[in-house]
Write a protein that binds this ligand. Structure first.
Ligand code: NAI
Length: 365
């Protein structure tokens, strides 16, 4: 399978290393906007071949040409958090970067499955889906794997067991509305509340929600990359080998869990064509309410993308139809919001309905 990784920073380069060592790619292409970076990382990886036994050529550069016809694209381009920043603070900068990258992916690799990693994750996954115009099954975000891995590690540490003996899943958004599920967590097959006290479980849930920030505070710059790249590599393996096993991932919901038209972290079966199925875990009313709160947070942030999306410039030649459509949609939504504000009403549902009506009319000529 031909795999391209966009962004050769900490997450992108370690993902490339894991993909190489997992032997999941038959061809690996790295792209980074910084001249020389992707080429240097590719060369460095190739020079480890005699020691690590992998044999495929890794190509790196700033040009998207070599990515042509990729089966799987991983998007890690963007800026990471600084101490004190939330993932949402990255929205403006990364929207511009990810929209440009997604546009290139749509042109060069129209049949690819895309795994989005750039933050804020749920919003960047939505943006990638819109800009590429791909079916939602082919665009997924990586966050739940990482959040779940952090949670399992913290539980294992507290319970004194091996991390692989903790079964768990974390849903929701990659941020403050993350939804760890202690009720469905088991340690060596026993329910978590039989192993740890309620206070200890609450502490672990909180630490998981802040798992990324804890690392950001310790680092001189940037954010975590080891567990993130391990999580991406796991998703890559599920796609490449068409495993169809359940992983937590950011996927597009069409009524599952009572949520419609939002990208959110849920359990999915992941295979060669992307999301094969969204799996229903049978959540209780409190868990469902938490998931719905997460969905509303993502929905409101996606609306903010309108403010941040770059306007069409003179060099629109590399813009995909999806990106152009998104720009038109965002101009219409802004105009509709303005008109409704002036009339003293700014009900989000009304804005959405009117925006849709105007867009339908425009399509109809
Ligand atoms: P980094 O700064 O080490 O690397 C980012 C790379 O993207 C840089 O090399 C930069 O030159 C490149 N880049 C920027 N604009 C680009 C463009 N237009 N085209 C191609 N490349 C471009 O950052 P790091 O640590 O690798 O993180 C990357 C992203 O992943 C960040 O947004 C971070 O917040 C996110 N992240 C998400 C996680 C998740 O669970 N979803 C976990 C960890 C990081």
């Amino acid at each position: 399978m031909k795999i391209s990784i966009i962004g050769s920073g900490m997450v992108g380069s370690t993902t490339a290393l894991r993909v190489l060592e997992d032997r999941t790619a038959t061809s690996l292409v790295l792209v980074d906007v910084v001249e020389g970076l992707a080429k240097a990382v590719a060369l460095d990886l190739c020079q480890s071949a005699p020691l690590r036994g992998h044999s495929i050529d890794v190509v790196g550069g700033s040009d998207y040409g070599p990515t042509e016809g990729s089966d799987l694209v991983v998007i890690t381009a963007g800026v990471p958090r600084k101490p004190g920043q939330s993932r949402a603070d990255l929205l403006g900068t990364n929207a511009e970067i990810v929209a440009g990258v997604a546009s290139q992916v749509a042109h060069r690799s129209p049949d690819a499955v895309v795994i989005v990693v750039s933050n804020p994750l749920d919003e960047m996954t939505t943006l990638t889906w819109k800009v590429t115009g791909f079916s939602p099954e082919r665009v997924v975000g990586m966050a739940g794997e990482l959040d779940t891995s952090r949670y399992r590690y913290f539980v294992a540490e507290a319970a004194g067991v091996h991390p692989s003996e903790v079964d768990a899943i974390v849903l929701g958004s990659h941020g403050e509305t993350m939804v760890p599920l202690p009720r469905l967590t088991t340690v060596r097959g026993r329910p978590l509340d039989e192993v740890l006290t309620a206070d200890r479980i609450a502490e672990i849930v909180e630490r998981t929600r802040n798992g990324g920030a804890e690392i950001v505070r310790l680092l001189p710059r940037g954010s975590a990359w080891m567990a993130p790249s391990a999580s991406i590599a796991d998703m890559v393996a599920a796609v490449v080998r068409d495993e169809r096993r359940v992983v937590p991932a950011c996927a597009y919901l069409r009524g599952e869990y009572g949520v419609t038209d939002v990208y959110l972290g849920v359990p999915v079966r992941l295979g060669r064509d992307g999301v094969v199925e969204i799996v229903d875990l049978g959540l209780d009313p409190d868990e469902l309410a938490s998931l719905h709160r997460a969905a509303e947070t993502v929905r409101s942030r996606v609306a903010l993308l309108d403010e941040t999306l770059p306007e069409s410039d003179a060099d629109a030649s590399d813009a995909s139809d999806g990106l152009e459509a998104l720009r038109v949609e965002s101009r219409v939504r802004r105009a509709v919001t303005q008109v409704l504000w002036e009339r003293g009403s700014a009900d989000p549902e009304e804005i959405e309905a009117l925006t849709r009506r105007v867009l339908e009319r425009m399509k109809g000529g």
